[in-house]
Design a protein around this ligand. Structure first.
Ligand code: PEP
Ligand code: MG
Length: 316
């Protein structure tokens, strides 16, 4: 039955009653593009640009190298949408030329957008490379910053994008609880939000995503995490802007339905998960997804939230 569901799974993401939820791919570079296209991704929801920088972490790649790599990914989705995340260095992704090596707690230190604001020339080069890479292509380019904590961060990033003359929408990743709680204020500066649920879980539960002993807190079904998703998605809806999810949470078919019920407007995941998420989402109405989301949020644990959502969706 599962095979049959997958075989019939193609086309754009949607609930059974036609509520559209674009299904996008997470890619780490040009090498991931073929699988994304084969899975029917409607675009890229998270292009992790770190790969270009990790080859040789002693220096930044040249603008030319960046233009070539970005162009390869942008060309693969002629009419689609490609969301590029600017460099997310630090913590679990340290770079010699950017990341301080004397921080007692790197996950709470200078990482993500914070590194770029301390090294504005690295951000400028990356934005200029993107502006050149997209020239003449019909793709809808969107650019977002990792680790945005507040409106001031969002404004600093939007200002840098405007200064680079980038023909793109500018967005903020919601990975820090402060940004989820005050999403409406972040949205005064940017045009969209994208929830990075891996880091959002890490910072919500004070549980290092790299430490196995605290792995249970990384479970995206935690009701507190669902509350933060609801806060961000609700703010985006009130401002008529989009709010996607690009963390691991989006790859869990049942949770994808719950996220849709919370008001999330697109889901981005590893290409291999797209057919499963598409097939599951197509089985339920948006009202069922909303009821499953409410039932999950009414519980007090990840296990209970999962069971409650499952009960709502299988009982109707
Ligand atoms: C996240 O934190 O959820 C995310 C998508 O970014 P990364 O996993 O690359 O930190
Ligand atoms: Mg992250």
């Amino acid at each position: 039955e599962r095979k049959a569901a997958l075989a019939s799974s193609s086309g754009p993401g949607s609930t059974s009653d036609g509520h559209r939820v674009p299904l996008l791919a997470n890619v780490g570079g040009p090498g991931d593009v073929a699988a994304a296209v084969a899975a029917g991704a409607e675009g890229v929801g998270l292009f992790r640009t770190e790969f270009l920088f990790l080859d040789d972490s002693s220096t930044a790649p040249s603008e030319e190298t960046q233009v070539a790599a970005y162009r390869q990914v942008l060309e693969a989705f002629p009419e689609g949408r490609v969301v590029v995340r600017v460099l997310d260095a630090g913590a679990d992704k340290p770079l010699d030329f950017l990341t301080p090596d004397d921080e007692p707690n790197p996950a709470l230190g200078v990482r993500g957008l914070r590194s770029l604001l301390e090294h504005p020339e690295v951000l400028r080069t990356q934005l200029r490379a993107l502006a050149r890479a997209v020239e003449g292509l019909p793709v809808h380019l969107e650019v977002m910053a990792p680790m945005v904590a507040d409106r001031q961060d969002a404004k600093a990033f939007a200002d840098a994008c405007r200064a680079a003359g980038l023909p793109a929408k500018f967005g903020a990743m919601v990975e820090i609880p402060s940004a989820a709680l005050r999403a409406r204020s972040v949205l005064k500066e940017v045009e969209f939000l994208s929830l990075g649920t891996n880091d959002l879980a890490q910072y919500t539960f004070a549980a290092d995503r790299q430490v196995g002993a605290v792995a249970r807190w990384q479970d995206p079904w935690q009701p507190a995490l669902l509350d933060l998703v609801a806060s961000a998605a609700g703010a985006a809806r009130a401002e008529a802007k989009s709010c996607g999810v690009c963390g691991e949470a989006a790859a869990d078919p049942l949770l994808a339905c719950v996220l849709t019920g919370l008001g999330v407007t697109s889901l981005s995941m590893g290409a291999a998960s797209i057919p499963y998420v598409r097939a599951t989402l197509a089985k339920y109405t948006v009202a069922q997804c909303e009821r499953a989301a409410a039932a999950a949020r009414a519980t007090d644990s990840a296990e209970a939230a999962r069971a409650a959502a499952q009960a709502v969706l299988s009982g109707e």
